[in-house]
Ligand binder design. Sequence first.
Ligand code: PLP
Length: 435
Amino acid sequence: MNTGQKLWQEAKRIIPGGNQLLSKRAERFLPGLWPAYYDRAKGCEVWDLDGNHYYDFAQMGVGACVLGYADDDVNAAVIEAVNKGSMCTLNAPEEVALAKRLIGLHPWAEQARFARTGGEACAVAVRIGRAATGKGRVAFCGYHGWHDWYLAANIGDESNLDGQLLPGLSPTGLFRGLKESNLPFNYNRLDELEALTKRHDDIGVIIMEPQRGNAPAPGFLEGVRAIADRIGAVLIFDEVTSGFRVNMGGIHLTYGVEPDIAVFGKALGNGYPIAAIIGRRKAMDAAQSSFISSTMWTERVGYTAALATLEKMERLNVPARLTELGLRLNAGWERIAAETGVGVHIDGIPPLTHIGFTCPEAPAAQTFYTQQMLEKGYLLGAAVYMTNAYDEAIIDRFVADSATVFAELRAAQQDGSLEKRLKGGVIQAGFKRLT
Ligand code: PLP
């Protein structure tokens, strides 16, 4: 057993759930074999606890490190901030600079608040929305974090969240009185949102990702905007994952539909913790009437990292590059799938592309792909977040190595040996107990 796996087994005994983020669980990538821990990461390269070297095609810090790991320019800014004092009784001026920067990128927005994680920023945004409208119910589409307001959707019907990115989320630990405080509708289903507004006259907040996988159907985002205006709800676009990948800001800018509030996280700080809630004054001002406050939201590193990240992202036109690289990977996958006869579907925005196998034994096929690619020196999952640290050569090399594995996979499918060729268990999807 590799050193990382040994540590992971130990971790699961003393850290319930093993770690702090479902998406990084070893069982989701390669049960029993995933290296699980890193010693060092730079650009798109990772060294595990045994000194093995990998190219990261697994998630690049779950989408946080758009510029690449340990980016020299962001690190230089952060180190300077640390040396000048990352925490103080007085405020860090960088938070005003970041507020101005984000408002500048989103001309419809007038104010900003900050937090440190995507989920808490969504919770802040929802609180502000409720405070601004005085109406308590939320209609939502997509995934927005772990907080009570969100998981409440599953009280009474534990499958309500299953179509919204993460299936199997249990409302255990929540106050049952929150039942029907958070109401789901599916993406591109304006009729479902309409139906919710007919059933409840106290929806104060509509929160959704403007785009995750498929593009919005014509008129969908505009329709949601019109419903929010009609019922007097605050419309929140959660751009925690979609932000700063296809353009300099929220993906909503490309669709020309403006929310009342937008939420950012992940890519904003290139891996340093920072999240932002920006919005129209009319909605945001309610943040003054509701108590929303935290010590660590004031530390300096997050703001400094975000400013340095945005400066470099804009200077190098990184979002355009991410699209270019994502399209190259997609074309490579499609070509080798056609050549080898392996059935795949590829979806998502090019900077966050997903591969899925269409065969009935899809989880085993994904596990085999990850297992074989690990041996060739790649960390791999079903989603690949593009990073500016990739170049054409590494994408082409990844595709060439994938072609070898696809050929092996096809042979294993044809002679029925796929399960036998797995050295550990099949990957786990969704949310489950680990121990
Ligand atoms: N909202 C969206 C759209 C996300 O994709 C995520 C994380 O994947 C979150 C919220 C939660 O962000 P965090 O994991 O930083 O709390």
